[in-house]
Design a protein around this ligand. Sequence first.
Ligand code: AMP
Length: 299
Amino acid sequence: MSLVIIGSIAFDTIQTPRGRRERIVGGSCTYCSLAASFFTAPKIVGVVGEDFPRDVIEFFKSRNIDTAGLEVKKGKTFHWEGHYGYDPNQRETITTELNVFEDFRPRLPESYRAADIVFLANIDPDLQDGILSQLSQPGLVALDTINYWIANKPASLWTALKKVNIFFANEEELKMLTQETNLIKAGKKLLQAGPKLIVVKKGEHGALVFGRSFVFGMLALPCEDVVDPTGAGDSFAGGFLGYLDKSKSLARKDVRKAGIFGSVLASFAIEDFGYERFKTLAHQDIEARFREFKKLVSF
Ligand code: AMP
C-alpha cells in the first residue's frame, strides 16, 4: 500500500493564550505527513519557496517521508497567520499569503501515480481536482479543506468533492459549505454529492463519522493544556489514513480503529507549538495513549 499526501507546507504565525510564534513551519501537508509517518512511509506533493529551511526537508526524510514531489520554487513560502482565544475550536485567520502557491501546478512524480490512498489535504480545490486526473486508479481518495476555500472557490470545491470517497471537515466548514444549520442534514447533503464517508472533526469534542448507513462518534482525549491547536485536524487525518494504509483494510472495525489513531495523533499535535511534539514522539507513546482512549470509551 502507499499513501500520497498533497497539501500546504507553510510558515505559520500563531498566537494562542500560551504565547506567540512567528513563521514556524506548519501547513496541512506537514502535519498530515508527520502524523502518518508513524504508520507508513508517506509520499508528499507540495511547494515551498527558496526561504524554506533545508533542515526541515531533511527532517521529513529522516521520518521516512518521500519528498520526490516537493518542489522548491523561486519566491516566498506560503504564509498563514491565525489567532486563538481560550476556546481552541475558534480561530481567526489574520493573513493568508499564498506566495509560491499562487501559480503552483502540482505534478505527480511517476513513482506516485499508482498510490492506493490519496489525501488531498487543505489546498486550492482547483489543484485538488487537477491532481485527481493524474492518478492511475487510487483505491481511496480523501479530501480536506478550510473556510478560506469554501468562501472563495465553492464551485471548484463541489466539483472535487464529487470524485472523492472521504471528506474531512470541521462542523463550521460543513455547515458553511452546505448552507445547513443542522449537522445531520449537512452530512446527508454531502453524502448525496459523492463521498461515502464524512468525517466531522469537532475539535476538543472529538469526531463523528457519517456513512450512508451508519454513524459513529469518537471522543477527543480531554486535554488540560492545549498549547497550539494548529494542525490538529491534519494530524487526525494523517493518523487515520496512515493507519488505514498500514492495516491494508477498509473493514468497519479498521475504520473505527483508524479514527482512534487519528485522535491519538491530534492529541499529541496540540501539546506544543507547530510540529515540535512530533520530534520526540515515540511508538510507545502512541500505543500508551491508544490504551488510554480505550479506557475512556469502555463501560
Ligand atoms: P488545521 O489546524 O489542521 O485546520 O490546519 C492548519 C494548517 O493549515 C496551518 O498549518 C496552515 O498553514 C494551513 N492553512 C491555513 N490556511 C490555508 C489555506 N488557505 N490553504 C492551505 N493551507 C492552509
